[in-house]
Design a protein around this ligand. Structure first.
Ligand code: GLN
Length: 244
């Protein structure tokens, strides 16, 4: 079985390469019927307004919403996280369509413009508990969103300190009082990260995501067995950027 990666625009090739590094096949998804052939779906980073327009154009919204409701694992990174949120703020006028499902309020460009993109070490004790490796993860934030509010069923997997001078953020005054914002969450079959794990060589978010299918009782979905996964992870140094 394969992992689908929504391939309308954005970093879908990078996700497919990241999956390949842990021995898993990623399949590009552009049409609603292609979702029938996959048991996992990754919605990559990119530009969420453009992605929403393309999804509408390709009649993908209903199929994506159905996929989310089946309980199969879905992971949104950056623009993909915005897409999965029940509510987004800081959108272009008129807003944009969202798939929804993730009980969160996301600020679309919380950390500012493209020029204010940054990298930082995030504390990820829960990821390390499940996947081993260091307690920190190199977060690559590209015109990144942040989660301002999360519902009771949402587990916070990482947060990020907000710079005290707010120099980097576009946050409105009310949210400006925050000392930190949420940047990685899980809610049942849904995973969301505001940063781009596919741009680093640390595969732990990808392997965590694949385990979510197993946890949901769906066995034998991976094209690589566990021992192969562990083998790859051991050989792969953590924390190195990948620029492909
Ligand atoms: N790297 C990203 O995916 C950026 C997302 C961007 N903030 C948006 O609105 O879509």
């Amino acid at each position: 079985m394969a992992v689908g990666v929504l391939a309308l625009q954005g970093s879908f090739k990078e996700h497919i390469a990241a999956l390949r590094r842990i021995g898993v096949k990623g399949v590009e998804i552009r049409k609603p019927e292609q979702l029938n052939n996959v048991d996992y779906l990754i919605i990559p980073g990119g530009e969420s307004t453009t992605m929403a327009k393309l999804a509408d154009y390709h009649n993908l919204f209903n199929a994506l919403q159905e996929f989310v409701s089946t309980g199969k694992p879905v992971w949104g990174t950056c623009a993909g996280l915005i897409f999965l949120a029940n509510k987004a703020v800081g959108q272009k006028s008129g807003g944009q369509k969202l798939i929804g499902g993730l009980d969160c309020v996301v600020h679309r460009n919380f950390f500012g413009s493209q020029l204010q993109s940054f990298e930082t070490q995030l504390a990820v004790p829960k990821l390390a508990e499940k996947e081993g490796g260091p307690d920190s993860f190199r977060g690559v934030f590209i015109r990144a969103p942040a989660i301002l509010e999360a519902g009771p069923d949402v587990e916070v997997l990482a947060d990020c300190p907000v710079p005290s001078d707010n120099a980097r953020t576009t946050i409105p005054a009310a949210e400006g009082k925050k000392e930190k914002v949420i940047v990685a969450v899980r809610q049942g079959n849904l995973l969301g990260t505001a940063f781009h794990p596919e741009l680093t060589s640390d595969s732990r978010w990808h392997s965590l995501f694949l385990k979510m299918g197993k946890e949901a009782g769906e066995r034998n979905l991976m094209s690589a067995d566990e021992s192969h996964l562990e083998d790859c992870q051991e050989k792969m140094p953590h924390d190195l950027p990948i620029f492909e």
